[in-house]
Design a protein around this ligand. Structure first.
Ligand code: S3P
Ligand code: PEP
Length: 425
């Protein structure tokens, strides 16, 4: 349990660790590439170590002794079947991405994870891989991990990705498609949520030398055969991690500059900034970074967060301090994250005294008197790093906010609490 101390105001410059999404994509592209790669400014966290250790077990040499410069020796697309299980904890990105990487190999791969990962679906990805002649089964028949893959490479040709609530299925297929035995075509059914992550995947693939032909709607792709080329690759600071610091300025009427998230960014979560601007915050872009200046009075807004689920909890906490109502639409996919994040955010905001409505795919927050009616509470974090980090922001304004299981931030931001405490200095 950690106690958050309220602050009068904030004036700080912070840096954040490397992007989790970019680090994991770069690790995979580098692992499959011809030649070696250096990743500059990567994220060292529980999730990225799960990814790296799994790649090592598949025969890829990764050297992370220098925390700012990881070295990866590309295998040219060769993937070995490890003796034991590939355990990926509650890392949804790695579980989805490495399932397809395993399919490139030869032999049996067994992918497992935490109890929660066994509730996070992967069936649409399994079905699309079957379209490329991959033999893959969910051990319990639930369409969730653990999974067994009897790998013999990807046939390529045309396959269809059924509708699902994660863009990670699509990114996963795209990342490995250049290594199929024949040029690949991929059709995607239904609404695509979290689209900027797909654009990020295409950008990283292009940076490592593979260009994909993509329909503007992202529902059809042609992927040529090819291979990634090893390179030196600089990773942006994590925009989702930065959101807690910008939110801190928003709720305290203070000022926070995040030094290492560029705008424009490859990360869709940087688009939280225009939403915070609509709530009344001022955004300034200077050589020092992106500065957010909180207003005297935050206004409620209506937003679609289908494209940026990871910062929906951040916005929800800020909304509790606004005057008027905030409606966050299109967030059904929050229910299959580290926890059911839609319910979790609603429950914990209510503990702080906020009036919140929960619907299947949206959340309505009635900000009363600019947060002056809120009070402290012990916040449960459901072993979800984003619950811990977003509710910490509330504690900067209201006394008596305690965050349970604070160490869950190791998933994406191991030294979050040290950096957060420095806001008060
Ligand atoms: O591709 C990625 O790196 C991610 C995609 C998103 O997941 P969904 O596509 O499942 O929404 C996001 O929530 C996750 O943290 C990272
Ligand atoms: C949803 C997340 O991650 P993943 O899906 O990779 O577990 C997250 O980091 O918020």
């Amino acid at each position: 349990m950690i106690t958050i101390q309220p602050v009068a105001t904030i004036d700080a410059v912070v840096t954040v660790p490397g992007s989790k999404s970019l680090t994991q994509r770069a690790l995979i592209a580098a692992a499959l590439a011809e030649g070696s790669s250096q990743l500059l400014g990567p994220l060292a966290s529980e999730d990225t170590h799960f990814t790296m250790n799994a790649l090592r077990a598949m025969g890829i040499a990764c050297d992370d002794r220098d925390p700012n410069r990881w070295q990866v020796e590309g295998s040219g697309g060769r993937v070995l079947a490890p003796e034991g299980d590939i355990f990926l904890g509650n890392n949804g990105t790695a579980t989805r991405f490495l399932t397809s990487v395993a399919a490139l190999g030869q032999g049996r791969f067994h992918i497992t994870g935490s109890e929660r990962m066994a509730e996070r679906p992967i069936l649409p990805l399994m079905e699309a891989l079957r379209g490329w002649q991959v033999s893959i089964d969910s051990d319990a028949g639930t369409g969730c991990p653990p999974l067994t893959i009897m790998a013999k490479g990807l046939a390529g040709g045309r396959t269809v990705l059924p509708e699902g609530k994660s863009s990670q299925y699509l990114s996963s297929l795209l990342l490995v498609a250049p290594y199929a035995n024949a040029p690949a075509e991929l059709e995607v059914l239904g609404e695509i949520l979290s689209k900027p992550y797909v654009e990020m995947t295409l950008a990283v693939m292009a940076d490592f030398g593979v260009r994909v032909e993509a329909a503007p709607t992202l529902n059809f792709f042609r992927i040529p055969r090819g291979s990634y080329q090893g390179r030196t690759y600089a990773i942006e600071g994590d925009a989702s991690g930065a959101s807690y610091f910008w939110a801190a300025a928003a709720v305290t009427g203070g000022r926070v500059t995040v030094a290492n998230v560029p705008v424009p960014s490859l990360q869709g979560d940087a688009k939280l900034l225009p939403y915070l601007a609509r709530m009344g915050c001022r955004i300034e872009q200077t050589e020092a970074g992106i500065t957010l200046i909180g207003p005297d009075r935050l206004e409620g807004i209506e937003v679609d967060m289908g494209d940026m689920p990871d910062v929906a909890p951040t916005l929800a906490v800020v909304a509790a301090f606004a005057e008027g109502t905030t409606i966050i639409n299109n967030i059904a996919h929050l229910r299959i994250k580290e926890c059911d994040r839609l319910s979790a955010v609603v429950n914990e905001l209510r503990k702080l005294g906020a009036e919140v409505e929960e619907e299947p795919a949206r959340m309505i927050i009635h900000g009363k008197q600019g947060g002056r009616t809120l009070h402290g509470a012990s916040i449960a974090t459901y072993n979800d790093h984003r619950m811990a980090m977003s509710f910490a922001v509330a504690g900067l304004r209201i006394p008596g906010v305690y965050i349970g299981n604070p160490q869950c931030v190791v998933k994406s931001f191991p030294d979050f609490w040290e950096r957060f405490a420095r806001l008060a200095e």
